[in-house]
Ligand binder design. Structure first.
Ligand code: NAP
Length: 371
């Protein structure tokens, strides 16, 4: 009798689409080999921040659920950034044992169909991903990534997906002369994406930065040292209104947006909707006075700068800025970040539930080790 084909156990973490604090693990047995044109990757580690909750919250509006379909309408596969190793390959140019950085479902294993394979990496050409934003379909071979250092893996997976937004948002704002503003007011100022943006904007003269945050995170925001002023949400109405002001919103809080428009009135020159840390809804038209909120999506500015500067120069500038940022963030003397390393999918379930409830601490950076 022929030997049965070897199999392995795959575990997947599914999130309930309409209650993101709820998740369940599903186990299945699958062939251990890769079909022609396919690679089989084992997810080794990934990071969790509020941004992952936002991917899920915007799962329908921004098609994030479609990257890794579950086949079960009520359950979605929350995307995360991390590192995975090739365990089987039927693709020329990708070998078992190679390690890749990219955008993965929370699962022990995933199959992909690489195309555009280069020394840098590949794009997953699995049919259902063809119409989705290509930046998320790209996987980077760590051994050829100029920004990669093994000892920085946890910082990379935690910060890189956020810092690309911070860097490109800072660039977008200065590329547009801050829309005439002299002051930026940034909500959810304690979030990693917000303070990454503030870090990049330190280099620009002529603007001041005010960080808006909750009372419990005020001391953390003050301690960051990258905002000129720290203002709690309750204190918003005490801010001066005679300065041209640009609102950068990472909170998505609709009542805060309404207060910002009412308080700053004609001084509000631009409203940039960049995130939704406190709200699981997408941007809605609230018919507010003043400028219409504009959704900011990093891949749009990346495309513009790829055309202006060429992709190599974009990468060079981004890598240099990211290294400065990570070195600053990981210096314990600065008090910005304490890595919290957790093991396995049950820990991930508990962490997701806590992040969905908004009970993360801003100085903590959560990484989950699967392998
Ligand atoms: N547009 C883009 O391309 C893009 C890319 C990356 C990230 N983002 C967005 O940026 C935002 C921040 O993400 P992150 O990963 O940097 O966050 P993070 O570091 O995990 O941020 C934590 C902070 O967010 C606020 N927060 C989070 N959940 C909350 C809740 N349920 N209730 C109240 N406050 C809550 C709190 O800040 P305060 O106390 O200071 O309010 C908290 O300290 C997310 O909305 C994310 O989607 C957007």
């Amino acid at each position: 009798m022929a030997n049965p084909e070897p199999t392995f156990a795959v575990t997947r973490l599914f999130s309930r689409k309409n209650a993101l604090n709820e998740s369940r693990l599903e186990a299945a047995s699958e062939p251990a080999s890769a079909a022609p044109g396919e690679v089989l990757l084992r997810l080794d580690r990934f990071a969790l921040t509020t941004n992952n909750i936002t991917y899920a919250a915007f799962g329908e509006a921004m098609q994030y659920w479609e990257f890794f379909p579950t086949g079960q309408p009520e359950w979605g596969h929350m995307p995360v950034w991390g590192f995975a190793d090739v365990v089987a390959s039927a693709v020329d140019g990708i070998a078992p044992g190679e390690r890749f950085y990219g955008y993965f479902p929370i699962a022990s294993h995933i199959r992909m169909q690489p195309e555009r394979i280069t020394a840098r990496g590949f794009y997953d050409a699995t049919a259902h991903r063809a119409t989705l934003t290509s930046a998320y379909n790209q996987y980077t071979r760590v051994q050829n990534d100029a920004a990669y250092a093994p000892e920085l893996e946890h910082y990379q997976m935690l910060y890189r997906p956020l810092f690309i937004t911070s860097f490109m948002l800072a660039d977008f704002l200065q590329d547009n002369q801050f829309f005439g503003a002299q002051r930026l007011v940034v909500s959810s100022a304690s979030s990693k994406t917000a303070y990454g943006t503030a870090f990049c904007l330190r280099e620009f003269d002529g603007i001041t930065l005010a960080g808006l945050t909750s009372a419990r995170n005020r001391a953390f925001v003050e301690g960051l040292g990258c905002y000129d002023d720290t203002v709690t949400y309750d204190e918003l109405e005490s801010m001066a209104t005679d300065v041209p002001t640009l609102y950068v919103d990472f909170s998505g809080d609709e009542s805060l947006r309404a207060r910002v428009h009412a308080h700053f009135g004609d001084s509000l020159v631009y409203d940039c909707f960049a995130g939704s840390a406190q709200n699981t809804g997408f941007l809605r038209d609230l018919r507010l006075p003043g400028p219409k909120p504009e959704f900011y999506f990093a891949p749009v500015q990346i495309r513009k700068r790829n055309a202006d500067w060429g992709p190599q120069e974009v990468n060079r500038r981004f890598n240099a800025a990211q290294r400065r940022f990570i070195d600053h963030a990981r210096d314990p003397g600065n008090g910005w970040l304490a890595l919290v390393e957790e093991q396995g999918f049950e820990a991930a379930q508990a962490r997701i539930a806590r992040l969905a409830a908004g009970s993360g601490a801003p100085q903590e950076g959560y990484v989950v080790v699967v392998g």
